[in-house]
Design a binder for this molecule. Structure first.
Ligand SMILES: C[S@@+](CC[C@H](N)C(=O)[O-])C[C@H]1O[C@@H](n2cnc3c(N)ncnc32)[C@H](O)[C@@H]1O
Length: 201
């Protein structure tokens, strides 16, 4: 099992946005859509052993579970529609409820601290993705890692405080887009699962 948490600072809490303007009117929702594509989609299939969690404005948590996920396509527009549907569902339910909005996508009210506590209670270690961290290539990783990354903005001081103590791992020396980091993490874990030991010829 692998999990990714994307901390989203500008994505909307309400579904009333146009799918024609994900980067603008929808507060850079395109960033989250690309993260979903990279987290789950293979060329001909879906990664079932992956979960992805969007924490939106520290108020709403969208949980995407590859083992149940349906209707996720490579284009950002249709992913935006799945997110919009989940946001609408959140407002139709009592605030304490967790709602399945569509297969593999549920939504609940809560912030980063709630999600971090859930993972810690489940014994799932958090790893912060940070370009200044230890190189992923040589990092020792736990069996079911949870990688935490930010959207197009830096983590806030409050978020840094919540995540304090988590080891920091870098996928490379350059600052990349979040979805690119997800792809590189998958690539590394895929090699490890395939038995690659590293090294040259
Ligand atoms: C687009 S970056 C954030 C960019 C930053 N706010 C800026 O403007 O310079 C999104 C996230 O990807 C992760 N990230 C980017 N480059 C990385 C790298 N080389 N290694 C590990 N994580 C990285 C970090 O978690 C970062 O918060």
């Amino acid at each position: 099992m692998r999990s990714f948490v994307v901390v989203a600072h500008t994505a909307p809490l309400q579904g009333g946005f146009s799918l024609d303007d994900l980067p603008g009117g929808a507060g850079r929702l395109d960033v989250l859509c690309r993260c979903a594509t990279e987290a789950f989609l293979l060329s001909h299939g879906i990664r079932k052993d992956v979960t992805l969690h969007f924490v939106i404005r520290d108020q709403l948590i969208l949980d995407l579970d590859g083992s149940h996920l349906r209707h996720l396509n490579p284009d950002e527009r249709s992913t935006g529609a799945l997110v919009r549907n989940a946001l609408d569902a959140a407002h139709r339910q009592p605030r304490e409820a967790k709602v399945v909005a569509s297969p593999g996508i549920s939504v609940r009210w809560g912030g980063l601290r709630d999600l971090v506590e859930d993972f810690r209670a489940a014994g799932r270690p958090l790893i912060l993705l940070d370009e200044r961290g230890e190189p992923l290539r040589s990092a020792e990783l736990p069996p079911a890692p949870v990688f935490v990354l930010s959207d197009h903005k830096d983590f806030t001081p409050d978020e840094e405080k919540i995540l304090d103590g988590a080891p920091r791992v870098s996928v490379g020396p350059r600052v990349l887009h979040g979805h690119q980091c997800i792809t590189l993490v998958h690539n590394e874990l895929d090699w490890r699962e395939a038995g690659w030991k590293g090294g040259g010829n």
